[in-house]
Design a protein around this ligand. Structure first.
Ligand code: PLP
Length: 403
């Protein structure tokens, strides 16, 4: 070709698994003068925000909000029910499960880590054995990550509840649904989740900075067992706020709350069932393309079984360093940013450049997904990366067939 030109000008597309694409309605809602925190609209808005958040989580119980990211939510949840010396069971299926377990350990918990690797979900029979062997009920909590964003595995947390019940074990079921709330079906009450942790910047479509912890009465009783919980992390006052500062243990995250209000309006106008279905169809389109690409060459999907895949993130592999080359190419030439591989190889290990991830969470629709897949096809083609054919046709057939 005579010319070499970047085609990156135009609206960029950040297709990483969080922070996700922010809707204009959210950004516009946040772009305002700082509101009064002592009276008026913001103060009046707060109870409704909490109620609408609970509807996203499908819970009628309690909710606490924190100014912080997902890690803050993890710590908040742990601090309210786990004391130094308490035993915690961590069935890990990727980087995030392991990290949550490490946080519990740093807080003084005795952590039993069961590592199921990076390519498969939690094996419930292994967990059943451990719980049944724990006759003294020393295990206080099981930390289950619903979707581990690093491996893109989706675990069956309702089944994990079933395992606890079958063993007659009183441990709390604590769930990380940071990558799945607002994307994959997640039902706190029906699934028997005692504590659920999420954050604003993934399916909830609000910039990073808010963490949410949902908890039921069993969890509140476990909180009451603790002699003290640091005032800042204690969920009691936050979940029973009357004054605005009580919800936040200080100044409210003013503009974020307006962004959250706009996001919750979008979410409930669309409806949870529709949101889950939209993510399922768009994920199926992504899988159809990836399965076609993986027919030839080194292209591979991390989670082989569709029924164990997240609907919001897809972890992929190419021969190193092709994944990094592809990410660089689509970013520089198309304005499309794909996610790096996470927790799949140690820092400094050249194998790292063989992993990448696609984020398809939150504010995404048919043309964005087709655009992302088309961009990847263009990159694979430009870089002469061997792959199977028919990826875009396969994705288009899923999307065309669904509407
Ligand atoms: C993003 C994510 C986290 C961490 O959230 P931060 O906001 O980066 O602290 C934890 N767990 C899962 C499953 C995630 O996707």
């Amino acid at each position: 070709m005579a010319h070499s030109i970047s085609l990156a000008q135009g609206r960029p597309y950040l297709a990483i698994p969080g922070p996700s694409v922010m809707p204009d309605a959210v950004l516009t809602a946040m772009h305002r003068p700082t509101p009064n925190i002592y009276a008026g609209e913001l103060v009046e808005m707060m109870p409704g925000l909490m109620e609408d958040l609970k509807k996203v989580a499908r819970t009628k119980h309690h909710a606490a909000m924190y100014i912080g990211n997902g890690h803050a939510g993890w710590e908040a949840a742990l601090c309210n029910v786990i004391m130094p010396g308490d035993k915690v069971l961590v069935p890990a299926t990727g980087h995030f499960g392991i990290s949550w377990g490490e946080m519990a350990k740093a807080l003084g918990a005795e952590v039993e880590l069961i590592d199921f690797g990076r390519n498969s979900p939690i094996q419930m029979d292994r967990i059943a054995e451990i719980l049944e062997a724990d006759k003294a009920h020393e295990i206080r909590a099981v930390l289950g990550v619903h979707v581990d964003t690093s491996s893109s595995v989706r675990n069956d947390l309702a089944a994990l509840r079933g395992v606890l019940d079958a063993a007659g074990h009183p441990a709390l079921l604590m769930a990380d649904c940071i990558a799945s709330m607002g994307c994959d079906r997640f039902e706190v009450d029906t699934w028997g989740v005692d504590i659920a942790v999420t954050a604003s910047q993934k399916g909830l479509m609000v910039p990073p900075g808010l963490a949410f912890v949902f908890f039921n009465d069993r969890a509140a009783e476990a909180r009451a067992r603790l002699p003290r919980v640091s005032r800042y992390w204690d969920w009691t006052q936050r979940a029973n706020g009357v004054e605005l500062f009580e919800y936040h243990c200080g100044t409210a995250p003013t503009q974020h709350l307006y962004g959250l209000r706009a996001a919750l309006d979008m979410i409930h106008n669309e409806g949870m069932e529709h949101i889950w279905q939209r993510h399922a169809v768009l994920a199926e389109a992504v899988w159809a393309a990836c399965e076609a690409w993986s027919q030839k060459g080194s292209f591979a999907i991390n989670i082989a079984d569709r029924s164990h895949r997240s609907h919001a993130v897809t972890a992929l592999r190419l021969q190193s360093p092709q994944a990094t080359e592809l990410r660089n190419w689509v970013e520089q030439n198309l304005g499309l940013t794909l996610g790096i591989g996470l927790g799949m190889a140690a820092p400094g290990d050249p194998a790292r450049d063989g992993f990448f991830r696609l984020g398809h969470m939150g504010h995404v629709n048919g043309h964005m997904i087709m655009g992302m897949l088309g961009g990847i096809e263009a990159g694979l083609s430009a870089l002469n990366i061997e792959r199977g054919s028919g990826a875009l046709d396969a994705a288009a057939a899923v999307i065309g067939g669904a509407v």
